[in-house]
Write a protein that binds this ligand. Structure first.
Ligand code: ZN
Length: 406
């Protein structure tokens, strides 16, 4: 549409179809909008230095309710690191787009059509309202994290919200501590070291909802375990709708060195190290979303799993056996570990969170893993993710319950 025509339409009092991503967590660059055809073509915004351009989330304005609409999504062709290359479009192209009229309840469009030569995804759906929102997946923003923590803190006596750190962008990273203070067993669960992986926070929400709930197993777990949970680690990039992965100067999950760049990583290291020094740390789980081709949740386990012996091997094997029993569907867990072999050096492996925890804890006592929950399946919804999180929590309760009674 020409500018003159747009002005003419506005002059007649008929505002034209438009999009807006200027809000917390928003991300989209307009490639084309054709109001007459109800067609919107976007790509994720490129925020140089802020990681992969794969997340997108925007508001649609002035749609005609009930009208068939088309959303086309391309990859962003720009380099996301100085001198680097573009990200493959498939990371920005989920099977279904998330859609909402109130930004609380998220449903999904019918499955998209994928053009592997043009590298586009095309989603066709009926406009649910004049104003609505579309996203890569159900968003989970810093405000959602605060609400989740406050709800859990109200539900559980003695639960305490803490500020882990203030970020480089001066935002608070909040977490919650609940259960028995100074209990002999402590666990640390965190999500969103990679800001675009919103599904990790939804898994975390399901985890915390179960932990803070009334199930007898949850009550019993809280009686003898101290639980630490952080729903969003990379608050800075999540707040800006940036991808975060491979950010400059460092990927958040390659920052677990002796000299972290991110204050929240340094603070998590200090707290985890204190739990370890007290001989209380039992389990560390980092929540992520994997690649577009991964259709089942899986754990990244320790690289030396095959050569582990004795109690250490037993703990890791028992943990994944219980997790696979509990995480049984609609997103069933792969029952064996995978290994992040794409990370090739010991030095870099040690700068990933679960590797750092392994290298700084007693392997006979601590299981340290990364859970990658598939995002590109029919069940990768807010509800599906929350179910995985609740099942993960049940696995934790069983695992710690077994070893406590030995
Ligand atoms: Zn990740």
């Amino acid at each position: 549409m020409t500018l003159a025509l747009a002005v003419a339409e506005e002059g007649r009092g008929e505002p034209v179809l438009a999009i807006d991503a200027a809000f917390p967590g928003g991300s989209a660059e307009t490639v084309a909008i054709d109001a007459a055809a109800a067609f919107i073509h976007i790509r994720p915004a490129l925020r140089e230095g802020r990681g992969w351009p794969c997340w997108w989330y925007f508001e649609v304005k002035n749609a005609v309710p009930g009208r068939e609409m088309t959303l086309r999504v391309s990859g962003n062709p720009g380099p996301f690191r100085p001198g680097g290359k573009a990200l493959a479009a498939s990371w920005a192209q989920p099977r279904n787009a998330a859609i909402s009229t109130d930004r609380r309840a998220w449903s999904r469009t019918p499955a998209g059509e994928f053009d592997t030569e043009a590298h586009t995804a095309t989603y066709r759906f009926s406009a649910p309202a004049k104003r609505f929102w579309l996203a890569w997946g159900p968003p989970f923003l810093p405000a959602d994290a605060d609400e989740l923590l406050e709800t859990a803190a109200k539900a559980v006596a003695g639960a305490e919200i803490f500020t882990l750190a203030r970020t480089r962008g001066d935002r608070p990273v909040r977490g919650i501590r609940l259960g028995a203070a100074e209990a002999p067993a402590a666990i640390w669960v965190q999500a969103r070291q990679h800001a675009w992986e919103a599904g990790g926070s939804w898994v975390g929400r399901g985890f915390l909802d179960w932990i803070a709930g009334d199930a007898p197993e949850a009550v019993r777990l809280r009686e003898r375990t101290e639980i630490f949970f952080v729903p969003i680690m990379d608050i800075d990039n999540a707040a800006q709708g940036a991808g975060g992965k491979e950010a400059v100067p460092r990927d958040h999950n390659r920052d677990w060195s002796d000299t972290p760049v991110y204050p929240e990583v340094a603070a998590a290291q200090r707290r985890i190290a204190a739990l370890e020094a007290a001989g209380r740390l039992r389990l560390f789980v980092d929540l992520h979303n994997p690649g577009p081709g991964d259709k089942e949740p899986f754990f990244y386990g320790p690289f030396d799993h095959e050569t582990m012996t004795g109690g250490t091997r037993e703990h890791y094997d028992r943990w994944i056996a219980l997790a696979a029993e509990e995480i049984s569907g609609p997103l069933p867990l792969r029952p064996t570990y995978r290994f992040a072999t794409y990370v090739t050096t010991e030095e870099e492996r040690g700068r990933m969170s679960s590797g750092w925890v392994r290298n700084h804890s007693d392997p006979a006592r601590v299981v340290s893993v990364t859970l990658e929950t598939a995002w590109n399946t029919p069940h990768s919804t807010a509800e599906g993710y929350r179910t995985v999180g609740g099942q993960l929590a049940r696995a934790v309760a069983r695992y710690l319950g077994e070893t406590a009674s030995k």
